[in-house]
Design a protein around this ligand. Structure first.
Ligand SMILES: Cc1cc2nc3c(=O)[nH]c(=O)nc-3n(C[C@H](O)[C@H](O)[C@H](O)COP(=O)(O)OP(=O)(O)OC[C@H]3O[C@@H](n4cnc5c(N)ncnc54)[C@H](O)[C@@H]3O)c2cc1C
Length: 312
């Protein structure tokens, strides 16, 4: 198990933002993950499980306690017929590619979504009218007592960018069983290629970001509302509302967490004033305040009421 002290979280988030965490732990097996969770709990300090850090905004002042990072480890993958079992650390785009190599359809939407299988389950990641919960059958988790628990998809409470794992910190996702369908390999690859080309064309993939900032309100698109109020191109320090895709905030010049939070607050306020719609963040904020208030229970501290922390 790799352990790094005082490790800058900016090295572990796609936004390249975030101060140091006391301990960053990278378990290399399920047993090491169980051990890491046990040690983190016993320490009495806060702890947090992350995957690829592609949906996270981490505070500039850093984090107390432990971050257990599964991206880059726990990468086991088994494919038997149409059944796929992936460990939590498998990169989602790699999973989609491996499935396609076996003529398996159902994960084409995931080709360009960064992060891990574990993070995708927690977020119920999706695109182009598909989402990962459509193909999930079971999720194996490590509960707060270190026991392995298997949940059926019907117990995972999946909805739009949401799951019971996001709301309930007691479970760490360890592996996922998926059922895909047999298809024509070239057609599957073509669909994946089409999706990744669309991303390159429409998203600012050349800059660090965390994907979409806001969830789409029912029947509308968050990007349309942000553009409508003229926020495209707004800048705060090193952070900017992307000119290419208005629901992205990009790190154009050593942006800080505070830059991003202030920009989010400005955009939300403008959208609210001009349209009456209250945008809800899709990204998750990880900062000292919410970590310390959750020492007693959660390992996963999802927190998306970002504007609460911001004084305009
Ligand atoms: C350029 C870009 C494009 C994107 N496009 C999309 C898109 O099209 N659709 C989409 O849905 N998302 C998109 N995203 C957002 C992001 O990639 C997804 O939300 C992704 O699924 C997050 O996975 P992750 O491993 O990086 O999770 P992280 O960001 O590391 O964590 C996200 C949440 O999951 C929890 N978590 C992670 N792993 C585990 C685990 N094993 N057990 C328990 N909890 C865990 C964390 O605690 C946190 O609460 C995009 C991001 C970027 C940067």
């Amino acid at each position: 198990m790799k352990v790094k002290k005082n490790e800058p979280m900016r090295n572990h988030t796609t936004w390249r933002i975030g101060g140091p965490v006391d301990l960053l732990v990278q378990p290399e097996s399920v047993e090491e993950l169980q051990q890491a969770l046990q040690q983190a709990r016993a320490s009495g300090q806060p702890y947090y499980v992350i995957g690829g850090g592609s949906n996270l905004l981490v505070a500039d002042e850093g984090l107390p306690g432990t971050v257990i990072q599964l991206g880059g480890c726990l990468c086991g993958l088994q494919i038997n017929g149409t059944r796929v079992i992936a460990e939590a650390g498998v990169p989602l785009p790699l999973l989609a590619r491996k499935a396609a190599e076996q003529n398996l359809s159902g994960l084409e939407f995931a080709a360009g979504i960064p992060g891990t299988v574990g993070g995708a389950v927690v977020m119920n990641a999706g695109a182009y009218s598909s989402q990962i919960s459509n193909v999930i059958r079971q999720v194996v988790c490590c509960d707060k007592n270190g026991e392995m628990v298997t949940l059926d998809v019907s117990d995972c409470q999946f909805s739009y960018r949401n799951s019971r794992f996001k709301r309930n910190s007691d479970y760490t996702v360890v592996s996922v069983t998926m059922e895909l369908t047999l298809g024509e390999q070239q057609e599957i690859l073509d669909r994946m290629q089409h999706n990744t080309s669309l991303r390159k064309e429409k998203q600012p993939v050349e800059y660090p970001s965390a994907g979409s900032i806001f969830k789409n309100p029912p029947g509308d698109a968050a990007g349309r509302l942000v553009e409508l109020v003229g926020a495209k191109g707004w800048r705060q320090g090193g952070a900017m509302v992307s000119e290419k895709h208005s629901n992205f905030i990009v790190n154009v010049d050593s942006a800080t967490c505070t830059d991003v939070l202030q920009l989010i607050a400005r955009v939300k306020q403008e959208v609210r004033e001009k349209t009456g719609i209250i945008l809800e963040e899709e990204i998750l904020f990880l900062g000292r305040e919410n970590l310390e208030s959750a020492v007693d229970s959660p390992s996963i501290l999802c927190y998306n009421k970002i504007d609460k922390n911001i004084k305009l």
